[in-house]
Design a protein around this ligand. Structure first.
Ligand SMILES: Nc1ncnc2c1ncn2[C@@H]1O[C@H](COP(=O)(O)OP(=O)(O)O)[C@@H](O)[C@H]1O
Ligand SMILES: [Mg+2]
Length: 262
């Protein structure tokens, strides 16, 4: 266990590429003619394995679209998306569904837990549906990291918002996906519950070697990430390593100021 953790800390990738996902020249346009909106305008990005990446930018800048395209939830108009060594652009629906199921975890704003199942059943549900047996050792580690060991028999209504979202995070981690994508995963939580979930996401990167991509508009949430990518008008306009909330806030203010003068 210690070895695995050391390996993770040193960025060991188990022989896999250091890039978990990449976008090249990605354009995503909605509609056509006069109503055409270019949500992504020739985006190039590498998502580093075993790192926590935040995507930020003003409302409508293309954050959700970029995440959906990287995760194969939406098709691109042109350009290429690779997940590990697999090009997902152009994959047929069935293959894409399978690839998503086997490689990607999602955490959304709404926790989407099933009310009739307890926490543990919710965590293993996607694997149960896929007919896959969870790796018992891994599951125990995830549950331990979540810090909900005493609450696994509780149903969602018996858990706080923060605890419910931690169950949703554990559910995403349980199958050891290559990447976890979150669109404002703490958007529905108060700041304390949000901090709890963000701390857990951070821990899953540091201790379990998880790769995470999170869309957020909150500088504090972004400060948990290793790297922040800034989008404006569908383009990557900046990025920041090891960001502090203050640095991110300053950068966001800059966008606002420019928005007002242009
Ligand atoms: N399904 C859609 N149909 C038409 N336009 C869309 C659709 N989804 C997003 N857009 C447009 O694409 C742009 C980027 O949207 P989005 O990625 O949701 O931005 P963000 O997540 O940064 O707020 C916006 O101008 C938005 O109105
Ligand atoms: Mg969005």
């Amino acid at each position: 266990m210690t070895t695995a953790m050391t390996e993770t800390r040193q960025g060991g990738t188990g022989g896999r590429s250091a890039v978990a996902a990449r976008a090249r020249e990605v354009v995503k346009a909605y509609g056509s003619g006069e109503t055409r909106v270019v949500a992504l305008d020739r985006v190039d990005v590498d998502i580093h394995r075993g790192r926590f990446t935040a995507i930020m930018g003003p409302s409508g800048s293309g954050k959700s679209t970029l995440m959906h395209c990287l995760a194969g939830l939406d098709t691109v108009t042109s350009g290429h998306i690779h997940l590990d060594d697999t090009e997902i652009t152009g994959l047929k629906d069935k293959k894409l569904t399978q690839l998503r199921r086997d490689n990607i975890g999602f955490i959304f704003q709404a926790f989407n837990l099933l009310p009739t199942l307890n926490a543990l059943e919710n965590i293993t549900l996607p694997m149960d549906i896929a007919g896959r047996k969870p790796d018992a050792q891994w599951l125990a580690r995830v549950v331990d990291t979540v810090g909900l060991a005493g609450r696994l028999k509780h149903r969602p209504t018996e858990l706080s918002g923060g605890q419910q979202q931690r169950v949703a995070v554990a559910r995403a981690l349980a199958s050891r996906p290559q990447i976890i994508f979150g669109d404002e995963p703490t958007g529905n939580l108060d700041s304390r519950a949000g901090a709890e979930v963000l701390g857990f996401l951070r821990q899953s990167v540091d201790e379990l070697g998880q790769t995470i991509v999170m869309v957020t508009h909150d500088p504090v949430a972004a400060s948990y990430a290793d790297r922040v990518i800034f989008l404006a008008d569908g383009r990557i306009v900046d990025e920041m390593a090891n960001p502090s909330a203050e640095q991110v806030l300053d950068r966001m203010k800059d966008f606002d100021a420019r928005g007002r003068t242009s």
